[in-house]
Design a binder for this molecule. Structure first.
Ligand code: MG
Length: 444
């Protein structure tokens, strides 16, 4: 049967025919059983035929030399045969997405608690926003999107309940065992606590995925040592772009911030200029709008959302422009060589300063807002009481954690048990502990 080919030389299956009369291709027929008969393998296909269903071919065609190519992975602790149609980092991403720790992100507060409504971000929605921003950046820079997405989906799974106040309590309670780090705990989850396979504990993720999270757990060392993979760097940058922008959005929506106070910040002025340009409002009508979010409307769109959109877009645009300039000299270098060369992607100097100003403002005006502090203090008290009670009566730990305490310091095990909880689950265990004096608490 004659094959129809599009104007770009690809047929409907994504196969590229570089030369229509190529003798190499003359006898090639692709049937619906191709996949079953010829499992796709981890190496690029031989010859001129590029099969876009093969992740190795896709990477060969689409990724920059300095991207982390799947063919160069150092593999997994427990070796596994290659998958028929998913690359190693795509498998990592799926393992994280299907983990119970990932699902629990929906019950963990980012900055604001559920007592404050349902508009604001949870850790799950934050995580998806980070993954979206990071994937966009990865695609433009021609980095490995699967690895980027795996790292983004994993980056916050180690957060304890009640955000940073929960982390502060655990850190203080676990001082004798080195404190608590949510980035380190994310590694403990994927390496030890997730139970999905008979043969081993954890998710058996690829070496580069684990190393990326380890970089987050050792940020100060990573800042001076060998540069992390570019995919690791952009997830970190996407994380801060996403949370700064959505904290502005959430805080405005909840009335914790006024537009007037924000308008003193350079980066907000820059974003507002872009909103005005796009709406054709050069007379500054927007700047005179009320701080009342219900009145912040322009051209039928909520101004808050226009502002947040521009805030993300200008930062991503600046990061891409600056990164592409930095990477010009890296053309032809491998991922390893780029790390050795110490390339660290980032924003332009102007935007970096403006971001710092925004973050300092948010820290003072939002994270320490009087409406947040009592909620946080009450949550911190509950976490501290739960920890102290389990410390005094370790028999109340679930069986899995009592077993763990046979080979590990009790304070670390209690910290892990509490850190894996959602906000609601933590409150429930706190109630159960105070209402009954015996019996183990529930496992997550
Ligand atoms: Mg985050």
């Amino acid at each position: 049967m004659p094959e129809t080919t599009g104007p770009d030389g690809r047929n409907e299956l994504g196969l590229i025919r570089p030369a229509p009369d190529s003798p190499v291709l003359a006898d090639f027929t692709l049937t619906s059983t191709h996949l079953a008969e010829n499992p796709l393998i981890d190496t690029p296909s031989a010859g001129p035929l590029i099969d876009l269903r093969r992740f190795a071919d896709r990477e060969h065609l689409l990724l920059a030399s300095y991207a982390m190519h799947s063919r160069d992975t150092a593999g997994r602790v427990h070796p596994e045969p290659p998958h028929a149609y998913r690359g190693p980092f795509g498998r990592d991403r799926d393992r994280i997405l299907h983990s119970s720790a990932f699902r629990r992100l929906s019950g963990k507060m980012q900055v604001f608690t559920g007592e404050m409504g349902t508009y604001h971000r949870t850790r799950l929605t934050h995580t998806f926003e980070v993954a979206s921003v990071a994937r966009t950046i990865a695609r433009v820079l021609r980095l490995n999107e699967d690895l980027t997405e795996a790292l983004a989906l994993m980056h916050d799974i180690g957060h304890p309940p009640f955000g940073h106040c929960g982390e502060d309590v655990l850190s203080a309670s676990m001082e004798d065992v080195g404190g608590f780090s949510h980035n380190q705990f994310a590694l403990t989850i994927v390496e030890q606590l997730e139970q999905r396979y008979h043969a081993f504990s954890g998710l058996n993720l690829s070496s580069e995925t684990l190393a990326g999270q380890d970089t987050r757990a050792h940020k100060s060392e990573a800042a001076i040592g060998r540069a992390p993979l570019l995919e690791v760097q952009i997830v970190d940058l996407a994380d801060s772009i996403a949370y700064d922008a959505h904290d502005v959005d959430d805080a405005l929506q909840m009335g914790l911030l006024s537009v007037e106070s924000l308008m003193r910040l350079q980066i907000i002025q820059r974003a507002m200029d872009r909103v005005r340009q796009k709406s054709g409002d050069s007379a500054g009508r927007l700047s005179r709008l009320s701080a009342d979010s219900s009145k912040m409307e322009v051209l039928g769109n909520p101004m808050r959302q226009l502002l947040v959109h521009e805030l993300i877009d200008l930062q991503v645009g600046d990061l891409l422009k600056h990164s592409l300039e930095q990477l010009q000299a890296a053309e032809g270098l491998s991922a390893d060589q780029v790390r050795d060369a110490g390339i660290r992607l980032g924003h332009s100097d102007d935007v970096m300063l403006e971001r710092t100003e925004l973050e300092q403002f948010l820290f003072r005006a939002v994270y320490r807002h009087p409406r947040l502090m009592p909620v946080r203090e009450a949550a911190a008290d509950r976490v501290a009481t739960l920890f102290a009670t389990l410390r005094a009566t370790p028999a109340r730990l679930p069986m899995r954690f009592r077993r763990r305490a046979e080979t590990m310091p009790l304070n670390r095990v209690i910290g892990e048990y509490i850190a894996g909880m959602t906000d609601g689950f933590c409150d429930q265990q706190y109630e159960d502990l105070s209402q009954s004096s015996h019996g183990p608490l529930a496992d997550w």
